[in-house]
Design a protein around this ligand. Structure first.
Ligand code: MIG
Length: 790
């Protein structure tokens, strides 16, 4: 397609190459990060994922012609560009990382009578798919593939084929699904213990084959748009995620209450029912922060309205709930009811804010409200108008917005390709706008909430594109109350995390189908470690709130929801770090142990941050499972028994037990018991110390701020530094507090008065805190040291 190299030139960090038939360029942003660009569509930098390219950080860049190719050398890579824009990448030691495949594609032979099979309804794979742009990479042997956003199936995507075309399909999501609600055209290849990533920034339908067509190669492809991709070298997986999020952004620190337990249902039909639910939580002592209002709170599904019969006094309801420590989150769909006299519809129509058909006539399809029109979120003007629509909800005290159906969903068949969008100055059609529609809706919502509340916006979206993590948390859409879907949630959330989405969750208990007490018990054990912790279920399914099965299920729900509130400071700190590093909360073990092959295909365990490892039971009826402990020493969270890693163990776990392990040497901050975030005086913190006896000092940074606003970005926070050292004869504990904004620190009531250390050791006889000998008490597994903070 490009032909032979005719000439090239280097301008600063860019190498521009003229080929026989087209031109292309490589831009080096970092010694390990470069962009490959060919303006097949438009010759401008236009991205829905990247706000602006990061500043270049390059130690060196040497470009020269070597025989028939151009060789570009940075401090960590050797890149060879050949005819036809073939690119081979080596480490600076000369190890091949990634080479373009330059032979014919050779699909596996597929035997059998396809025509007949199709007649019975079997899915039949046709000939090799052809695309306008296909980048084919050579498979060298041991590659494993990760990322690519939200996918069913296993953690490692080798051997799989996927598409990116945001799709609302409420049928049971199974491994063969090529696409779901989200499009994140980014993947990580792990090969020879080294990781690199590729981000194909193209919002048209894109295609990724990781060796399904033939395992000699893997490819990514599109039928339109620019050729625009980024290559990022690790060698650590964490470095790759760092590069990817330096481009597309990180998940911002959310408000603290958003990390509490959340209860949802399609739908709580009336204010009365919502109050009943709230009362149940408090009287049963099950912590909860959020109750959702799904579509039935609206008047005839008209967005930004209330059904005054069932919700006669929204303000009163929200105030009453707030007094009990609950927040309300309402759903908002994109589809605006086509309805003369309905002001939202009228305003949008008068201003031409809706997507149109090819002739410029407002495009109509059908969703919940009946005939509906689609706001054109690809236009900044429309986004800002839409953001402003939330003012009335926010003024009532609505605390967050749940954006659904934004693939966009449509009941009268898919939107035609030629539906028109403004696309912020580059008018386009549905083919380019589809995959960013949800992302741009989330962005509009984020900006609206920020404008009208000044707080860190809580937006939860179903559809997204790369970069949506800047605006919104996501949930994985309509799963089912299947054990299979509980199992699937672990690799799915892990791959979302590797794809830059740090704030994620699934519907705990499963959305469609009927949950059971046992399934909910096991699901809440996983959910309590996922950043978005929301129980949700569909219309017509049986009740799924924590107390609606039997006493044992209720007890188990309470136990794990309480555990969540206990470890919440840890989760909050992890997300604060995430804003800086891009690393997710839910991590597959390969993220920290990529040198260990045994982690590469581990589907039923995950890390929560870097200190905690969860190996939940995800099989019906099971009470024993195999657990892989990677290298290091691990504490059983419950018994405090110590295991040596680099080994499999067999773990017994009754229904109320979730196997959890903490890495020796870890410090974990804990809350005292709470019913909701902000319950209690907030002046007591517990630090758990899991000693490793190495003599090395463990340390931990803990953020304490208002938990709601952006003030932490201006230094209005306390940074607590905890450290601990342990040998056979003594334990040394240290704590310091820094408050970058001294004026704030002097006047704020935010701060701890008491800090309780719980040290999981019973043999030590001497403990010091900041060098002073401290008194301690001995309990079954722990030494407890209580100190007053001056
Ligand atoms: O398909 O608003 O995924 O969470 O409860 C129905 C009703 C539309 C789909 C969402 C689901 C939500 C439901 N919505």
């Amino acid at each position: 397609m490009f032909g032979t190299i005719v000439s090239w030139q280097q301008t600063d960090k860019t190498v521009s190459i003229q080929f026989q038939h087209a031109s292309a360029s490589l831009l080096f942003l970092h010694d390990s990060l470069f962009r490959v660009f060919a303006p097949l569509k438009r010759d401008v930098f236009f991205s829905r994922a990247i706000d602006r390219l990061p500043e270049t950080r390059l130690q060196c860049l040497n470009v020269q012609s070597v025989g028939k190719y151009i060789e570009i050398i940075t401090a960590s890579l050797i890149v060879r560009v050949k005819d036809d824009l073939q690119i081979d990448v080596y480490t600076s030691e000369g190890d091949l990382l990634c080479a373009d495949y330059n032979e014919q594609r050779l699909p596996f032979v597929r035997r059998g009578n396809s025509e007949l099979a199709k007649e019975e309804g079997h899915a039949v794979i046709e000939e090799a798919r052809q695309y306008r742009t296909t980048i084919i990479k050579q498979m060298n042997g041991d590659e494993a593939f990760y990322g690519l956003g939200e996918r069913p199936g296993h953690l490692n995507k080798r051997g799989c084929f996927y598409r990116n075309w945001n799709t609302d399909d409420p049928h049971p999501h199974v491994e063969s699904y090529e696409t779901l609600y989200k499009s994140i055209p980014f993947f990580i290849t792990l090969t020879d213990k080294k990781a690199f990533g590729i981000f194909f920034d193209n919002t048209y339908e894109t295609f990724f084959d990781f060796g399904k067509e033939n395992d000699n190669y893997y490819y990514f492809a599109a039928n339109d748009g620019n050729l625009d991709y980024y290559f990022m070298y690790g060698p650590q997986v964490a470095d790759v995620i760092g590069h990817y999020t330096s481009l597309t952004g990180t998940t911002p620190l959310p408000q603290k209450w958003t990390l509490g337990y959340q209860q949802c249902r399609w739908s709580y039909p009336s204010a009365e029912r919502v109050k009943e639910i709230a009362t149940q939580f408090r009287s049963r002592n099950i912590p909860c922060d959020v109750i959702y209002l799904d579509i039935d709170y609206m008047d005839g599904y008209r967005v930004f309205t209330w059904n005054r019969e069932t919700f006669p006094d929204p303000q009163g309801l929200i105030t009453e709930l707030a007094a009990q420590g609950f927040k309300v989150v309402t759903i908002i769909d994109p589809g605006v009811k086509k309805d003369r006299g309905y002001d939202v519809y009228e305003q949008g129509l008068a201003n031409g804010y809706y997507a149109t058909d090819a002739d410029g006539v407002t495009y109509v399809n059908r969703v919940w409200p009946g005939d509906s029109v689609y706001p054109d979120f690809t236009s900044a003007t429309v986004r800002s108008w839409w953001g402003d629509q939330h003012q009335s909800l926010l003024e009532l005290g609505v605390a967050g917005i749940w954006t659904d159906m934004n693939e966009p969903a449509s009941f009268n068949g898919p939107l035609p390709d030629d539906v028109q969008f403004r696309n912020d100055g580059y008018p386009t059609d549905h083919r380019e706008a589809h995959n960013v529609y949800g992302s741009m809706m989330a962005r509009a919502t984020y900006d609206g909430i920020k404008k009208w509340t000044g707080k860190r916006p809580f937006v939860i979206t179903r559809a997204c594109y790369a970069g949506t993590q800047k605006y919104s948390t996501i949930w994985t859409g309509d799963n089912q109350s299947f054990w299979e879907h509980l199992r699937m949630s672990i690799p799915m959330l892990s791959n979302l995390g590797l794809s830059g989405m740090a704030f994620v969750g699934t519907d705990v208990g499963g959305f469609s189908f009927d949950c059971t007490g046992e399934l909910l018990s096991r699901w809440v054990q996983v959910g309590c470690f996922t950043p978005l912790f929301r129980n949700h279920s569909a219309a017509n399914t049986r009740d799924q709130e924590p107390w609606t099965f039997d006493e044992r299920t209720e007890h188990i729900n309470r136990k794990y929801i309480q555990l969540r509130y206990r470890i919440l400071p840890y989760i909050y700190d992890q997300l604060w770090r995430s804003e800086k590093t891009g690393l997710p909360l839910i991590r597959p073990l390969m993220l920290h142990y990529q040198e260990d092959q045994l982690t590469h295909n581990l589907n039923d365990q995950f890390l929560c941050g870097d200190a905690v490892m969860v190996a939940p039971i995800v099989q019906q009826g099971q009470t024993v499972r195999q657990v892989y402990l990677p290298q290091g020493t691990w504490f059983d969270y419950w018994s405090k028994q110590v295991h040596s890693g680099g080994a499999y163990i067999l773990q017994h776990a009754e229904l109320d037990e979730c196997p959890i392990y903490v890495k020796a040497g870890s410090l974990l901050p804990n809350n005292p018991p709470q019913q909701f975030i902000g319950d209690g005086d907030g002046q007591h913190l517990i630090i758990e110390y899991f000693p490793d006896y190495s003599g090395a000092t463990s340390s931990y940074e803990h953020l304490q701020d208002d938990g709601e606003t952006f003030a932490y970005q201006n230094g209005q926070y306390h940074l607590w530094q905890f450290s601990a050292t342990c040998n056979d004869s003594e334990i040394r504990l240290e704590l310091t507090k820094q408050s970058p904004d001294a004026n704030w620190a002097e006047t704020t009531s935010i701060g701890y008065k008491k800090i309780e250390w719980r040290i999981y050791d019973t043999s030590t006889t001497r403990v010091t805190v900041n060098g002073v000998v401290a008194e301690f008490q001995q309990s079954a597994h722990a030494l407890v040291v209580l100190i007053d903070v001056p």
